[in-house]
Design a protein around this ligand. Structure first.
Ligand code: ZN
Length: 556
């Protein structure tokens, strides 16, 4: 509005003699506008800076000031996601991330260390390329899977589609045909449009046709996989053993340009993921006898079993140093992109909350632990190991908060079946600013979760542990439209989980609210009773599982 009215008045000043002064006036207007609209922190608006809450707790106000006025989330996120990059368990990127977090904590005067819990398959991603070189030339969108073997320079080979063998005997007799070829093992999509796009634009009969075609194709491909007689998970290894030049798959994530990039246990043949469009192109060429030839180049280094660490930071308690409040989030990620929302944002929130707490609550009543877990994506291994290794801490832990919810303000916290939790959360939320508290719905008494993210490692041991959520409910349980920011389609484990997806206002507020909850918990008179809800018929409290302490112990 301001700029518009400035322009309108300027157009009336058309005399040549006025031009220079007009220019000066215009520049002044722009300068003052930019001052008015300059964000307090890069990537954030000032809207949430309004301090509409009244709190008689000076520490709550100090936490707000520290977290809002002197927020470090942009810098932390930019270094973590852009400079360090993805943090695949066992990769040099993860090792760099561990070292950087310890150094950053030291800068803030917070005691921190790396705690080894095992070893993992060390692997460093290199350049990976896949090009169609015949019947026409085109560079294809795709990348090597995590832990994919390398090629020794570019490999050119024809393509073969996973056979539609009638049974396992027929499959075994077909297997030699893969020798020296790239094998396409995924179902191709006939349509790489997201479902909501089709639903919006297609004629009703077209929508019905597309849906029915996909339903049939899914069933037919499942049958094709079953007919091999080989478990889906180990199929790539069987093809590799039969001499395949490489494995080509496509784990389309049902959105524009997004694929999920997971790992492989193949040991010789490179495993590539192609975009929905690129995979469909190659598949159709092969299906129609048009003899596609691919050139694949995969660089990577295997580093043997390497030590893996959680980063643990502590702010020692003053009155009850032997009691604990634990704030954690996993630090490791998949490496198809930068691991920004899964779970760079959670890791940034943990670090930033610890920084804020150190500044605002240098002497908390209980000891505060900030944990950056490793190996979550392979089965919560870092946090499970911590639980197994530290019974002395768990016995005296008041509460565990887990931050692994992508982006968006925290709107939902299930009480996980702990009978007393609702009272505690109600009390804490009553003392944080309404900007945060009013958005949160508690699920009481909730049910204990057996997995999904790191709080599950604790609650199976009876330790009150809670995970934050965004959207109208748990991610994955809610429809795409109410799953805030389309996380499950667009960023979760995809090739698009990058820095730019972070919503900084929300991450800043996450860190501030989390710091407040941790502070309030650290000052509680009594630790939370561990009484459990009455379970429904047939349901049991989850049992703890041992972590995989090495890649050999991993069943994934
Ligand atoms: Zn995660």
């Amino acid at each position: 509005m301001l700029l518009g009215s400035a322009r309108a008045s300027l157009t009336q000043l058309t005399e040549a003699s006025m031009r220079s002064s007009v220019r000066v006036l215009f520049v002044c207007l722009l300068v003052s506008l930019s001052v008015l609209t300059a964000p307090a922190q890069p990537g954030t608006t000032q809207a949430a800076v309004a301090q509409s809450f009244t709190s008689d707790d000076p520490v709550i106000r100090t936490i707000w000031d520290e977290g809002v006025e002197r927020s470090q989330i942009y810098e932390l996120g930019q270094v973590m996601m852009d400079l360090i990059g993805p943090r695949l368990t066992g990769s040099p990127g993860m090792a760099r991330a561990n070292d950087w977090s310890v150094a950053k904590y030291a800068e803030w005067g917070i005691e921190a260390y790396k705690e080894q819990y095992g070893t993992w398959r060390g692997w460093e991603r290199g350049i990976s390329h896949v090009d169609l070189i015949s019947p026409r030339v085109r560079s294809l969108e795709g990348m090597a899977a995590a832990w994919s073997p390398a090629t020794e320079g570019p490999v050119e080979a024809e393509v073969v589609i996973l056979a539609d063998a009638g049974n396992s005997v027929a499959f075994e007799s077909w297997l030699p045909e893969v020798s020296g070829k790239f094998v396409l093992i995924s179902r191709p999509e006939t349509n790489c449009r997201p479902q909501d796009n089709v639903e919006w634009f297609a004629r009703p009969e077209t929508l019905a046709r597309i849906n029915e075609e996909r339903r049939q194709a899914v069933a037919a491909w499942r049958q094709r996989e079953e007919n091999t007689g080989v478990d889906r998970q180990v199929l790539p290894e069987r093809l590799e053993a039969a001499g395949a030049a490489g494995i080509i798959r496509s784990q389309w994530s049902a959105g524009w340009g997004v694929n999920k990039i997971f790992g492989t246990r193949a040991e010789r043949a490179p495993v590539f993921d192609l975009s929905c469009e690129a995979y469909g192109l190659v598949f159709r060429l092969a299906e129609n006898g048009q003899e596609p030839v691919l050139r694949v180049n995969a660089e990577a280094r295997f580093l043997g079993e390497v030590p893996v660490f959680n980063t643990i930071a502590r702010i020692p308690g003053s009155a009850q140093p032997e009691e604990f409040v634990i704030l954690g989030g996993h630090y490791d990620s998949w490496d198809g992109s930068s691991g920004a929302l899964d779970n760079g944002t959670g890791a940034v929130a943990v670090m930033e909350a610890m920084r804020i707490l150190k500044a605002a609550v240098p002497n908390p009543r209980r000891t505060i632990i900030g944990a950056l877990w490793n190996g979550e994506e392979q089965g919560l291994n870092g946090s499970r190991a911590f639980v197994e290794d530290h019974p002395e801490i768990l016995d005296r832990t008041h509460v565990v908060f887990n931050s692994d919810h992508g982006t968006g303000p925290v709107t939902f916290i299930p009480m996980q079946g702990f009978a007393a939790a609702g009272g505690y959360f109600g009390d804490w939320l009553a003392r944080v600013p309404s900007e945060y508290a009013d958005q949160v719905t508690l699920e009481i008494p909730g049910s204990p979760e057996s997995g999904g993210t790191d709080h599950a490692s604790f609650l199976c041991a009876g330790v009150p542990a809670f995970s934050f959520h965004v959207g109208a409910g748990r991610s994955g349980e809610v429809s795409t439209s109410s799953n805030r920011w389309d996380t499950s389609i667009y960023t979760w484990h995809t090739n698009r989980d990058s820095f730019d997806k972070i919503i900084f206002e929300d991450l800043r507020d996450d860190a501030v609210m989390t710091a407040m909850l941790v502070y309030l918990a650290s000052e509680d008179p009594e630790i939370m009773p561990r009484d459990r809800r009455m379970m429904t018929e047939g349901a049991e409290w989850p049992k703890c599982r041992s972590p995989a302490r090495s890649s050999a112990e991993s069943n994934r």
